[in-house]
Ligand binder design. Structure first.
Ligand code: ZN
Length: 191
């Protein structure tokens, strides 16, 4: 099932996602839906809050990328917890399915140690680096209510204000299903 992707401006993207209790959610079915939703939008990572579900879970799928170093990465992460971030910080231009049309350079640490459960509830603790670490860091941020735009300088944010405002109103031209935040109508000013 393809879900509409929640857009910038929706409060769910600023909330803290909840731990999933084993047995309460079918993580197998949810992850398949998330992979399908992400593929339809040509994304490489998708976190549950982006489909309106505030749970600690995200999926990554780089199999359609051309870069052979990273295109073997297709994984489900349930209840992930960052153990350590280290390594030389590096810049990369990031985008986000919830913030279409905006790409900005973001600096992140190069190496990440992460604890998580897989789709079969097997526990893992692994170290990731390069693009894999980068994608996980971006998706993990979604579970703590952090968007990549939160890392931008006040000046950069000001320059993007109009674009971000349009996204939050659903005024965008994209070819995947989205859910714009509910419109707030200011009745006082509409007389
Ligand atoms: Zn994102």
């Amino acid at each position: 099932m393809i879900y509409p992707i929640v857009l910038y401006g929706d409060p769910i993207l600023k909330g803290k996602a909840k731990e999933i209790e084993k047995g309460t959610i079918d993580v197998g079915e949810l992850s398949e839906d998330m992979f399908e939703t992400m593929k339809a939008a040509s994304g490489i990572g998708l976190a549950a809050p982006q489909i309106g579900k505030s749970w600690k879970m995200f999926v990554v799928d780089t199999s359609h990328l051309e870069d052979e170093k990273v295109n073997d990465f297709r994984q489900v992460f349930v209840n992930p917890k960052v153990i350590e971030e280290k390594g030389k910080p590096w810049n990369f231009e990031e985008g986000c399915l919830s913030i279409p049309g905006i790409r900005e350079e973001i600096k992140r640490n190069g190496v990440l140690r992460l604890k998580y459960y897989d789709v079969n509830w097997e526990p893992h603790e692994d170290t990731f680096d390069g693009m894999k670490a980068r994608i996980i860091q971006h998706e993990y941020d979604h579970l703590t209510g952090t968007l990549f735009t939160d890392y931008l300088t006040p000046l950069k944010k000001r320059l993007l204000r109009a674009k971000l405002s349009n996204i939050s109103k659903g005024k965008i031209d994209i070819d995947y299903k989205v859910k714009a935040p509910l419109k707030k109508i200011n009745y006082v000013n509409t007389i």
